[in-house]
Design a protein around this ligand. Structure first.
Ligand code: TRP
Ligand code: ZN
Length: 882
């Protein structure tokens, strides 16, 4: 039997081009309920230098082959071997093109993996990244095989009026038996992972956009029936993305038409298929009554992200999947910059860094560690990680910091020009920045290959008499699970010397490491920088804007940090000063809670938070970020080992309560002042006011110790943001209160017909940190609206509990782990990608105190001993245990 995918590691050094080139692909889909026939006609040619007897070796996945032809002639059975996952054909022409014809029969209704062609609420749709096209037909399903596509779709006209694929519409018409067809042509050569098809009875929102060169592009967003109006904000975000990409990067849209489709059952956030982006409906549909400010921000980001892929991903794609960060890291960087420009740069930076620390840092410090450009994988779906996306974006940002905005743009221009139409590599990308600017990024490139979070240690010494500041900077990188190198890297350290008047002092670097404007270029393991001519001791504002993804160790005096929290001209570092102080207070509180002591409480932090909350000079969204303390999992990461989540939880509660008590009066009156009037508007400034008001609600409720204020806030809520925030305070802080049950019931009854809101209802209960949490999620798993087959729903219960409920998941008795492991195993039968993703919640098991460490390991071992696990899940479980 021919087999391919046994989960054997794929290695970058084995890369070689295909034996045959592919020029053009013709696909015909005959859609019927129950079965779909796919006819592929692929124009191919043996490459020069390839042995004349080398067979054509194509990959499939769960396919059944109905027929195979070469130049229209049926192929004799002795010329090929076919299995569900491979097709090998011998005796093909030594030179010149030929047409390979294949027919496969698919069963989209039975496709629960949601990869390849499947059905979602009756709609036919595809997901091909990374390796889904092989579930449609046998192909060179790899990103370096670029071809033009012509796609014909046939279906029943009355029930399936909308027929979509990539590129521009070419033809459409009627067929016998009430059927119709449409033909789409995509003139831009693309890899198979960017292929898409959608067909169904869909509603549509129309618009158009005129590009910078004056071409008119038709825009449309397709939704399930009756929901087109919920995509107005997404359409607006799309047009703003198109304008922004022209202005910032000179990137213009290239087809006559751009379509987006919102789908209920979707494995990830969205997919950038050429000219036909397919979205998880969570990132398209919004309504003031049902969507929160976070949902609006999420839609804006994901719409921008997928649109930006048209250049960084589609026009320039990846040579192989080891280069995934080439499109993802760069595109995340671009969507972050878009949000910074559209909303608030410091608020966006704080949110991104919080996300990086919450998701990427633990990944980089545990068993699932891998470099931004990996050199091995067993299952590529498991490499759509925070390291590839978020750390990948940080690396692009560092290139920007090192070169400066203008030279960064010069490098991007060269990249977009030189590699248009290519399947490129990270080396190609870096070379463009080097050549365009005559720069040397060879040491910087280590960031792509060395996994782990470097530690950056800072020491300062001020000589008053001489007016001289000496900074000692040191970097180190511990060897981790990935087994990659630990050489010193090029770390850009943005800084400022803040005077007592709040102004940045003129800093004259006298000696030591290279200083370029406000950036120190740290290249060696240890370097010293000396600044002279300082009239007073400055407050050192280091690593401004988090200019490198490092673990900063700087024992800065509390008084200095409190001063920076008030004075720093860099808003990000104002936030970080407070966040570091809070983190340390929460660490101390967790330790004392573990030892059963009464926590000592320093009112200075509380006073600084109250002062920040009421500082009219700061935008409310920034104040909200400052007031939102590090989360329980942030505290676990700060503690590092021997973690006891119950102690963290108790300690944090205590700190929030005491801050609340100290600030109660001011917080209440500020909430009163912030209370909005007039109609709901989702813009960033109104969202910021709501964010501040709602973070204050938690302090007020903590101080009062009763659900009354949150219950009143729930009852009076005029929008989903306020409603959800109040409900969350009730469910998380007062899980057993009658007010909480009443509010949860009310919420469910109001919104039970809206799947996205029901997801919130599941998620909110799954993340409530209390002793009864496990019983609650067990019950919810039997709720009529729970559905393991829908990824959003599975994530909202199992994923939310495992990744977002420190206390419940990490119960000492191991029952939380056991339940999640059991659910994952059932889910794996339906959708291995989602099962594997949720299983990553186990990755930090070694950081816990001995009892939890043992029970978590036991659940992982039990999973690993099960027969018939998917390659996806086995990969995560094996690596987590290694
Ligand atoms: N390329 C997609 C993005 O950046 C990611 C993606 C969407 C994906 N669907 C997927 C990756 C399914 C793996 C499997 O947004
Ligand atoms: Zn992406």
């Amino acid at each position: 039997m021919l087999r391919t995918d046994q989960g054997q590691p794929i290695r970058i050094e084995d890369y070689r081009p295909t034996d045959f080139s592919v020029q053009d692909v013709g696909l015909t889909f005959r859609l019927f309920d129950g079965a779909t026939d796919v006819e592929a006609i692929v124009l191919m040619e043996r490459r020069e230098g390839v042995a004349a007897d080398a067979p054509l070796d194509l990959v499939g996945d769960e396919l059944s082959l109905e027929s195979v032809t070469i130049d229209g002639e049926p192929l004799a059975p002795d010329r090929y071997d076919a299995s569900p996952d491979r097709l090998v054909i011998r005796g093909l022409p030594a030179s010149g093109t030929f047409r390979l014809g294949l027919t496969t029969r698919l069963r989209p209704e039975a496709n629960t993996k949601l990869m390849g062609l499947y059905r979602s609420n009756g709609i036919w749709c595809t997901q091909c990244e990374a390796e889904g096209f092989r579930r449609i037909t046998y192909f060179y399903d790899r990103p370096d095989v670029l071809a033009t596509y012509r796609v014909r779709i046939e279906a029943d006209k009355a029930t399936v009026p909308v027929l979509l694929s990539n590129g521009n519409p070419a033809e459409h018409g009627l067929l016998e038996g009430g059927r119709h067809f449409a033909v789409w042509h995509d003139p831009f050569p693309k890899p198979s992972y960017l292929f898409a098809l959608v067909a169904g009875d869909l509603d549509r929102l129309d618009d158009h956009f005129t590009t910078m060169s004056g071409r008119k592009v038709d825009l449309a967003i397709y939704t399930e029936k009756g929901r087109a109006h919920e995509s107005l904000y997404a359409m607006d975000a799309l047009k703003r993305s198109m304008v922004w990409d022209e202005r910032r990067f000179g990137c213009e849209y290239d087809l006559d038409i751009f379509n987006i489709v919102a789908i209920s059952d979707f494995n990830m956030g969205a997919m950038e298929n050429k000219g036909l982006n397919v979205f998880n409906h969570k990132y398209v549909l919004l309504d003031p009554d049902t969507a929160s400010d976070a949902d609006y921000a999420g839609v804006e980001t994901v719409i921008a992200h997928e649109y930006f892929h048209n250049w960084t991903g589609n026009r320039i794609t990846c040579r192989d999947w080891f280069q995934l960060c080439l499109k993802e890291g760069l595109t995340v960087y671009r969507d972050q910059e878009f949000t910074a420009d559209e909303r608030s740069a410091p608020v966006k930076r704080i949110a991104s860094v919080r996300g990086l620390k919450a998701h990427q840092f633990p990944e980089d410090q545990g068993p699932l560690q891998h470099p931004v450009r990996p050199s091995r994988y067993r299952e590529i779906s498991n490499f759509y990680t925070s390291t590839i996306y978020d750390k990948g974006a940080e690396l692009v940002r560092m290139i920007d910091t090192i070169l400066g905005r203008e030279r960064f743009r010069t490098g991007m221009d060269l990249y977009l020009d030189r590699h248009d139409g290519d399947a490129a590599t990270i080396e190609d990308f870096i070379r463009c920045f080097e050549e365009a600017n005559d720069a040397d990024l060879s040491q910087f490139a280590l960031w792509y290959h060395q996994a782990g979070t470097p530690t950056l240690t800072v020491e300062e010494d001020f000589d008053q008499a001489a007016g001289r500041l000496t900074l000692k900077l040191a970097q180190s990188l511990k060897p981790g699970a990935a087994g990659t190198g630990t050489k010193p890297m090029h770390i850009p350290v943005r800084f400022g010397l803040v005077g007592s008047n709040g102004q940045d002092m003129e800093a004259r670097p006298a000696a030591g490491a290279e200083v370029d404007g406000d950036v120190i270029h740290l290249r060696d393991a240890e370097e010293t920088v000396i600044f002279e001519g300082l009239a007073e001791r400055p407050y050192l504002s280091i690593l401004r804007d988090f200019s490198a993804p490092v673990d900063l160790k700087f024992q800065q005096r509390d008084a200095d940090r409190l001063a920076l929290a008030r004075l720093d001209t860099n808003a990000f570092n104002r936030w970080r000063a407070l966040s570091d102080l809070a983190g340390e207070a929460l660490e101390r509180a967790a330790r004392t809670a573990r030892d059963g002591d009464e926590a000592a409480f320093d009112p200075a932090l509380a006073d600084a938070l109250v002062a920040t909350a009421t500082d009219e000079a700061l935008e409310p969204a920034l104040r909200a970020q400052a007031l939102a303390l590090p989360s329980e999992s942030d505290i676990a990461r700060l503690l590092g080992d021997n973690v006891d989540p119950d102690a963290i939880h108790r300690g944090r509660r205590d700190v929030v309560r005491r801050i609340g008590l100290r600030g109660a009066e001011r917080f209440r009156s500020l909430r009163h002042d912030l209370a909005g009037s007039g109609p709901f508007s989702p813009d960033a400034s109104n969202a910021g006011r709501r964010a501040l008001s709602n973070v204050l609600l938690d302090y007020v409720a903590a101080a009062e110790g009763t659900p009354a204020t949150a219950a009143a806030s729930y009852a009076g809520a005029g929008n989903m943001t306020d409603r959800l925030a109040a409900l969350s305070v009730l469910a998380h802080r007062f899980p057993d209160a009658p007010d909480t049950e009443a509010a949860l019931d009310d919420f469910y009854k109001r919104f039970e017909d809206n799947a996205l809101v029901v997801d919130k209802w599941f998620q909110l209960q799954a993340t409530a940190p209390h002793a009864g949490a496990l019983d609650r999620v067990r019950q919810l798993a039997r709720h009529p609206k729970f559905n393991l087959a829908n990824p959003n729903r599975a994530r909202s219960l199992i994923g939310a509990f495992a990744a977002g409920n420190q206390v419940g998941f990490n119960r000492t008795d191991g029952a939380g782990y056991a339940w999640v492991a059991e659910m994952i195993q059932s889910l794996d039968q339906l959708n291995p990608q989602i099962a594997a993703r949720i299983a990553t919640a186990f990755r930090s098991w070694r950081c816990f105190e001995p009892q939890r460490r043992e029970t978590a390991r036991a659940s992982l071992v039990q999973l690993s001993e099960k027969e018939g696990l998917s390659v996806d899940l086995r990969d995560i479980v094996d690596r987590s245990l290694s």
